[in-house]
Design a protein around this ligand. Structure first.
Ligand SMILES: C[S@@+](CC[C@H](N)C(=O)[O-])C[C@H]1O[C@@H](n2cnc3c(N)ncnc32)[C@H](O)[C@@H]1O
Length: 265
């Protein structure tokens, strides 16, 4: 395809050229995080994502100056990506320790507390994009593997904390999904017309069975969002562990789903 480097005048979504647009539509990508992305403070958090990866999504789903929301902010990677790409950002994080790290990384507002109380106070129809990664159910609480032992040895957090408002503390899967659905339903009202929601999530293993959270969520959000598809984030530098060997197949899950939704009008 010929790419003149111009933005198509019909393109109301972003400021990408045709080539850049098409490149992004590939359904998978590899991102391992640059060492410069990871300080000890960021490493303390058990599940942060690389800002450079989020920047690509922000550049596709918004134009410069538009507003981006991350209600499960963690260490603030989304706001760093907003700053690097000239977008406005706002984040919410439950734990002070991570909110403090986020504030040290960005000039944008970081609101501290339970997002379920804060979201209803935000301005409706302001955000062109909500891009976020909720806890993957209570999986960090349940996990007992090689990576956890390594983190323990380094004195890093194994789970976010023990606050009862933490979604990662909910044991019951049905209840967890209901909470997520209700949160994303509230977020729908904060999105602009034609705005997008991107949720990073994984299918998780529990008691020898894979729980397909990434497959279930789009079905539950159907009333409020059109599901546009997924981009699969591959982590190519994670150590392979001998899970299940030599008895049964247990996957080294080195990928996450970025589920892409558009606000239903
Ligand atoms: C998967 S992590 C997000 C990590 C983030 N993307 C980063 O790069 O650092 C999920 C975050 O949601 C936060 N969280 C869980 N329950 C919350 C709640 N009720 N309100 C606000 N934040 C919450 C956790 O503390 C955790 O930092």
């Amino acid at each position: 395809m010929k790419d003149s480097g111009n933005i198509d005048p019909r393109n109301k979504l972003n400021t990408l050229t045709g080539k850049e647009w098409i490149r992004f539509t590939k359904s998978w990508f590899i991102a391992d995080g640059k060492p410069s992305d990871i300080s000890r403070e960021i490493d303390l958090h058990p599940a942060s994502f690389p800002p450079s990866m989020i920047e690509d999504f922000i550049k596709f789903f918004t134009k410069p100056g538009e507003y981006v929301l991350d209600p499960f902010l963690g260490t603030g990677s989304t706001l760093v990506a907003c700053e690097n790409s000239g977008r406005e950002g706002l984040g919410i994080e439950l734990y002070s320790k991570y909110a403090k790290t986020a504030k040290s990384r960005t000039k944008f507002p970081v609101l501290e507390g339970d997002l379920r109380k804060i979201l209803p106070t935000l301005e409706n129809e302001l955000y062109s994009l909500c891009i976020t990664s909720p806890p993957y159910w209570s999986i960090l609480k349940k996990k007992k593997d090689y990576n956890q032992q390594e983190r323990l040895d380094k004195g890093l957090d194994l789970q976010y904390g023990h606050n009862s408002s933490d979604l990662g503390m909910i044991e019951d899967k049905k209840e967890f999904l209901q909470e997520l659905v209700s949160i994303f339903c509230t977020i729908q009202t904060l999105l602009t017309r034609g705005g997008h929601l991107i949720v990073f999530i994984q299918n998780v293993r529990d008691k020898g069975e894979m729980i397909p959270l990434a497959f279930e969520l789009p079905l539950h959000l159907k009333k409020w969002y059109v599901f546009l598809g997924e981009k699969i984030w591959l982590q190519n530098q994670k150590t392979l562990r001998p899970y299940g060997y030599p008895y049964s197949f247990v996957s080294n899950v080195h990928h996450h789903f970025a589920l892409i939704f558009k606000k239903r009008e």
